[in-house]
Design a binder for this molecule. Structure first.
Ligand code: ATP
Ligand code: CA
Ligand code: CA
Length: 149
């Protein structure tokens, strides 16, 4: 079994329902509180609800990513060409045990995890001592982010 953390986000439709449904479908053992956050990257879109979930899985990392992408489609996500555009649900594979993976289409830990408050805050809520391989604990990373200009 591998312990996994997934980041959940939604900014169109019934945001809370989508996040709670996704948490159920991925088999989350714990779900953080849901927080509203301003868009990141592309600013002219509705605010997001964000959360993080913890789960245990028997799936390999690639199978797990494929499963997350399938659940996004099941919950009505339509991908368009616009990067960081609006979506009914976004499931990012943040951490897969303590593994570091970098192959085409799959990077773990999620490459932008450490620079996003809306990802670090729910992770700190779930487990302050959680370590991001190569970067340190989520609480230290959040403190660094808060002290930078
Ligand atoms: P960001 O990755 O900056 O949060 P995003 O979530 O909007 O942006 P998407 O359009 O959802 O990006 O994902 C683009 C592709 O990223 C996915 O099709 C997937 O193959 C790839 N990808 C690579 N690593 C990961 C990961 N750790 N979790 C989820 N997707 C990943
Ligand atoms: Ca994302
Ligand atoms: Ca994504």
């Amino acid at each position: 079994m591998t312990r996994v953390f997934v980041g959940l986000g939604a900014n169109i439709g019934a945001r809370e329902r989508s996040i709670r449904s996704a948490a159920g479908l991925i088999g989350a053992r714990r779900l953080s509180s849901l927080r509203e956050t301003e868009p990141w990257g592309v600013l002219d879109q509705p605010p997001f609800l964000n959360a993080a979930a913890e789960l245990e899985t028997e799936l390999g990392v690639r199978e797990l990513l494929d499963r997350l992408l399938a659940i996004e489609r099941q919950l009505g996500r339509i991908r368009d060409a616009r990067r960081w555009g609006p979506r009914t649900i976004d499931l990012d594979l943040l951490l897969y045990g303590s593994e570091t993976i970098d192959v085409p289409g799959l990077t773990v830990p999620h490459p932008r995890l450490h620079e996003r408050r809306f990802v670090l805050e729910p992770l700190v809520e779930l487990e302050p001592e959680l370590v991001v391989p190569g970067r340190g604990s989520v609480s230290a990373l959040l403190a660094e982010l808060q002290s930078s200009p």
